[in-house]
Design a protein around this ligand. Structure first.
Ligand code: SIN
Length: 278
């Protein structure tokens, strides 16, 4: 089958058809994937149909795979099952928070490098697409004055901030459980060794250091509205077997809402971070 490669928006996403199963588990394919990830942020292999062994093997060719002991997968501790069905994943109750724009691992010193997500079963209720917003492109499109205003600004990221979006009025017990997850302060603008810059924002961004809560919130909301404008975003409508990989360091992402009874089931692996936020 011929391989076709299509760039999806002026800044973001590349879709590759004609590569599936064991053909993906190849060092050359992985090198091209990493390069596309750097340039385009999101790489989509249409109907890749990788089984769990192939998903883990391909992930290992791309980077260091993070073990996910709470993933809910019986035989592959590297795989997390993404579903709202609590019989399939101990984290099913937290899925609703992924309906808000976020970046994974922002409460860690070094956020994950990338995420791989493959569709085992797609949603049957019209929801469940995955959307991406390119914060490299959003930062670059700010005016010079706006960029200067963000120099030196620091933000506190927490699990609590993301949960408050779903449950704004938690019980004291719920709140105390969330607060046990340590928060982390990071620069708002992440400058890479390569010189590229992205915005580190999203659901976990709770407060701006040294600013009144309202003023900080306004800045974070304004930047999130900006970064998620149509010109910086890409929406993926899943087909069963698709494999989507994104650069977690500069792509906000979210699932479009799907119901608690939805059949949607994704298998996910995560690649360890390679560069701390500076
Ligand atoms: C995630 O937020 O990591 C999962 C996204 C999705 O389920 O589409």
């Amino acid at each position: 089958m011929a391989v076709t490669v299509t760039e999806l928006t002026p800044t973001t996403g590349v879709e590759i058809s004609g590569l599936s199963g064991s053909r993906l588990v190849d060092p050359g394919v992985a090198a091209e994937c990493r390069s596309a990830l750097e340039r385009r942020g999101v790489v989509i292999y249409r109907e890749a149909d990788v089984d769990d062994d192939e998903l883990v093997a391909f992930s290992r060719l791309l980077g260091e795979v993070v073990p996910l002991p709470m993933g809910g997968h019986a035989t592959h501790p590297e795989i997390q099952r993404i579903t709202r069905d609590p019989s399939k994943s101990p984290l099913a109750a937290y899925r609703e928070s992924t309906f808000h724009w976020h970046i994974d691992g922002t409460t860690e010193e070094v956020p994950n490098r990338a995420t791989l997500l493959t569709a085992r079963r797609i949603a049957d209720d019209g929801g469940g697409d995955t959307a991406f917003a390119n914060t490299f492109a959003a930062y670059e499109a700010l005016s010079e004055t706006e960029r200067k205003e963000l120099d030196g600004v620091r933000v506190v990221h927490s699990f609590t901030a993301s949960q408050l979006l779903v449950t704004p009025d938690p019980s004291p017990k719920e709140r105390a459980a969330w607060d046990r997850n340590p928060a982390r302060e990071h620069p708002l603008v992440w400058t890479r060794r390569s010189g590229r810059r992205s915005l580190l924002i999203g659901a976990t961004a709770g407060e701006v250091v040294g600013r009144e809560a309202k003023e900080g919130r306004e800045l974070l909301d304004r930047l999130l509205d900006w970064a998620t404008r149509p010109e910086f975003t890409l929406r993926h409508r899943w087909r069963q077997g698709d494999l989507v990989i994104w650069d977690n360091t500069g792509m906000l992402h979210r699932a479009l809402p799907y119901g608690e009874a939805s059949a949607r089931l994704m298998h996910r692996t995560s690649l360890a971070g390679e560069e701390e936020v500076a």
